[in-house]
Design a protein around this ligand. Structure first.
Ligand code: GCV
Length: 845
């Protein structure tokens, strides 16, 4: 052995668990990676595992459980157990329903307190042999038990002494996809649909099946495959065979197909002259249509209906109620054991903003409360968790406790429409947990949201949780590996909302990235900090995300909230800000809550700071419980949030070579982008508040950027200065862009600081209509070049497209000329905002 090899081998036990350089993972396997267990001590935990799996019965779902078990054991232990169908001698792992287990082990006492989809993992000694039993009341439970066993192994837990019974918290554990038949996805940030393209179901549904497997592993039992803004074609007779193909790839995973329907269908595709829910011909049409669908898809879970909302026609066309509309569908589905989920997201988007009593937040309650008790038992009202629309912070919807004789589902949004669109890390499990645990105090008793929606509080026959997922064709499903924690967390909370945030996060992290302690700690810290950080640099004190609500829902767009019919008003003027929703002087929204909660929100002194401006209108000088004024809090929280986001890429860099290169680099790129965009948010919000209130930042940061050189003040060739609208979207309200005819433009300036090492931050605009190229030089030396090829939701120079590129560690001397060359491409005019030159801190790059 040569010396160097020997020294490497001797050193091996002391090396951290490093992943081989060059290794790559696409993220496709998400948390179901089943990597080989390397540590002997951990492998030893599983040496007793029997080499024989006895599968007591066959069905597509049990077959999937069997193959998943083999896949997992093969991956983690490098072993392929034998499959038997009889009780062969020796130790065995047994898969089968309770009924089959009872037939196989006549004298063995099986539990009688498992509900549908629940499972029992039990190790025992029977007739002198070790048995590991995975059993359940139904096939799906057996599959869930199998995933649970594999999860324990992936987490390196013992499985030699198991007696674990699990029942799902609620029967409805669905995801909604907002996929359109043309292949696009509304509010989807991860590529095109895995179900549809060009008006048809995709010929290859491999990904749809793999998605169902991921969903099954977290206990999801139905997936609604198309947009709630539904196309009538979904119900066309010639389309049903195509939908049946999706149902077929879902079926082995116990995931039932459900579909969104268009309420006008009887007229739009049925040839009727009406879609009035009380018209007998319409009623018959829905009944016949349901019968036809169930002939093609016998296990369809049901329909989802968005009606009378955002331009969708509904029962109001005929003066009918939401209950009339829901019930006509519910009755058609009832003989087939299907349900209709009727969306409570009904509001008038042409509200008169001049009327201070108008309030969109009131809409869900105002529309549905009076109908409580009018819905059939298999009609369920689906309620978004907040009264507006998935903002970075909202109070819990009062409608949840406002319906006591109606079944409900809670709608949560996994796809990050208002929370950074998967370009920003924003882990929503902590937010959802706050919602689920929130005590609405109905009937003067403790009534947490989770118990109400699950049907426990008011003894409803069905209920549960729906997550809007919107996975797409990107290899890693949601476009961002770290965003997959939201999909995982949603499923785990839907299964058991009492699970602890840290436990869910640790499970996902360890299954996604491995068990290396440093990786686990770092990823968990990132995830767990991220929502608060996002909230700090976006919408403060319950104002909502403060994003552009009229277009992208992405970057800052404060005034888009005001003076239009959408009703996301923040009621800002030069004196103060916030919606007065009190009963005493405001819109009365607070009166929709039960007494205890209403009492808390009605008073300024008891409203929590983080919902202050949702509930009250106050002057900028109003002093919070924290002791800060509203205005100073806005400044401080935005500076703090952006500074925290800036740390994220630094934390991540400590993991280099501890996870595979492909995911490491992709995540680093997103975290770096986020850190830059958090500054765009910070500056836009702080400058807007400064302009509006006229009150300066006590720390003198807002409006003062001593290290910045504005592009409009540089020496320009080919570039022209333009105003940016709204002005807070660009530093100084202006940007420069190449003129339409220019092939290449330059902007330059002289560095006048002290000699030293610097980081150069170039703030530019990455428009999605092309890929402009940038080069940066110091004197004649090229420092860097890059292409503006991020797919951001804007082809305008604004805060959506504003992007930061940093060149670290540049030696500068006074008099150096810094020059940027931009080469436009298509609609992307190589626009620039400013260059910021900051002294380099060696310890944080
Ligand atoms: C599917 C918000 C979103 C819409 C979405 C709607 C809904 O308004 O921006 O894209 O439409 O909610 O939940 O129905």
């Amino acid at each position: 052995m040569n010396y160097s090899l020997r020294s490497i081998l001797l050193a091996l036990p002391f090396l951290p668990v490093l992943v081989t350089r060059g290794s790559a993972e696409t993220g496709y396997d998400a948390w179901l990676r089943y990597p080989a267990i390397q540590e002997k001590s951990v492998r030893d935990l599983y040496t007793q595992l029997s080499p024989t799996i006895v599968v007591l019965e066959n069905s597509p779902v049990i077959d999937a459980a069997q193959s998943e078990l083999i896949r997992g054991l093969r991956g983690m232990l490098g072993r392929i157990p034998r499959v038997e169908h009889d009780l062969v001698p020796g130790d065995i792992v047994v898969l089968g329903t309770l009924a089959a287990a009872q037939r196989a082990f006549r004298n063995f006492s099986l539990p009688d307190d498992l509900t549908a989809d629940g499972y029992w993992l039990k190790t025992t000694i029977l007739d002198d042999r070790h048995i590991l039993l995975i059993t359940a009341p139904n096939d799906r439970g057996v599959l869930y038990g199998t995933f649970a066993l594999l999860r324990k192994m992936a987490l390196h837990q013992r499985i030699d002494s198991l007696d674990e019974k699990q029942n799902p918290y609620a029967p409805i554990r669905w995801v909604n996809q907002w996929d359109n038949l043309d292949g696009s996805i509304e509010r989807g940030y991860a590529g095109r649909s895995i179900f549809f393209e060009g008006g048809n179901v995709l010929p290859d549904l491999t990904r749809a099946g793999d998605y169902a497997r991921l969903l099954a592993s977290i206990g999801i039992n139905s997936c609604t495959v198309n947009n709630v803004n539904a196309s009538p074609r979904m119900l066309a007779s010639d389309f049903l065979p195509q939908l049946a193909r999706i149902a077929a790839v879902f079926r082995p995973w116990g995931v039932k197909l459900s579909i969104s329907v268009d309420f006008t269908s009887p007229k739009a595709i049925g040839g009727l002259s009406t879609f009035d829910p009380l018209d007998p011909s319409v009623e018959k049409w829905w009944r016949d249509k349901a019968d036809e669908i169930y002939r093609a898809i016998p296990d369809l879970a049901g329909f989802v209906l968005k009606a009378d909302s955002e331009g969708r026609a509904g029962p109001s066309v005929y003066g009918r109620t939401h209950a009339d509309a829901a019930n006509v569908l519910a009755r058609a589905l009832k003989p087939h054991a299907g349900i209709v989920i009727y969306r409570g997201f009904v509001y008038n988007h042409h509200l008169d903003w001049r009327n201070l009593k108008n309030d969109r937040a009131r809409a869900a309650y105002d529309n549905f409360h009076a109908l409580d008790g009018a819905f059939d038992d298999n009609a369920v009202v689906q309620i978004k968790h907040g009264p507006i629309d998935f903002q970075a912070r909202e109070p819990v919807s009062p409608l949840i406790a406002g319906l006591q004789k109606t079944s409900e589902t809670l709608e949560l949004q996994i796809t990050q429409e208002y929370t950074g669109q998967q370009r920003h890390l924003c882990y929503l499990v902590p937010m959802w947990k706050e919602v689920l645990d929130f005590d609405l105090g109905a009937q003067n008793r403790s009534t947490p949201v989770k118990e109400i929606v699950a049907g426990k509080t008011f003894h409803r026959p069905v209920g549960g949780f729906v997550g809007v997922a919107n996975v797409g064709r990107d290899a890693n499903w949601l476009g961002y590996d770290l965003a997959m924690a939201n999909l995982y967390g949603f499923g785990r909370l839907a299964w058991d909302p009492n699970l602890a945030i840290r436990d869910i996060t640790a499970e996902w992290t360890r299954m996604t990235f491995g068990n290396d302690a440093q990786v686990v700690d770092t990823v968990m810290n990132l995830e767990l900090e991220s929502w608060h950080v996002y909230e700090r640099y976006t919408g403060p004190l319950g104002l909502g995300t403060l994003t552009d609500i009229l277009h992208s829902h992405y970057g800052p767009g404060i005034e888009t909230a005001e003076r239009n019919g959408w009703g996301q008003w923040i009621r800002a003027d030069h004196e103060g800000i916030g919606m007065d929703r009190t009963v005493a002087t405001g819109t009365g929204y607070i009166g929709q809550y039960a007494e205890r909660v209403a009492h808390e929100y009605e008073s300024l002194s008891t409203t929590p700071d983080n919902l202050l401006l949702f509930m009250h209108h106050v002057p900028y000088t109003y002093v919070l419980h924290s002791g800060e004024s509203v205005i100073q809090y806005v400044y401080d929280s935005h500076y703090a949030g952006a500074a925290e986001a800036e740390k994220f890429p630094e934390w991540w860099q400590t993991l280099q070579r501890r996870i595979d290169d492909q995911r490491y680099e992709a995540i680093l790129k997103r975290l770096t982008y986020q850190a830059g965009h958090a500054i765009v948010w910070r500056d836009a919000i702080c400058n807007w508040f400064f302009r509006e209130s006229g009150i300066p930042d006590a720390q003198n940061r807002v409006g003062h950027y001593p290290n910045r050189t504005e592009a409009e003040s540089m020496q320009l060739s080919g570039y022209a200065v333009q105003d940016v609208d709204p002005s807070e979207d660009a530093s100084g309200g202006k940007a420069i862009a190449c003129s339409a005819s220019a092939k290449s433009c330059t902007a330059s300036f002289l560095f006048q600081g002290e000699p030293g090492w610097y980081n150069l931050h170039v703030q530019y605009f990455d428009l999605n209509g092309g890929g402009a190229r940038f080069q940066i030089f110091v004197n004649d030396q090229q420092l860097d070049q890059w292409v503006a090829d991020l797919l951001l939701p804007s082809n305008k120079i604004n805060a959506d497209s504003s992007t930061r590129h940093t060149i670290h560690g540049v030696a500068l001397r006074p008099g150096d000329r810094i020059r940027i060359e931009g080469a436009p491409d298509g609609e992307d005019r190589a626009a620039l905002d400013y260059v910021e030159i900051a002294r380099q801190d060696y310890y944080s790059q």
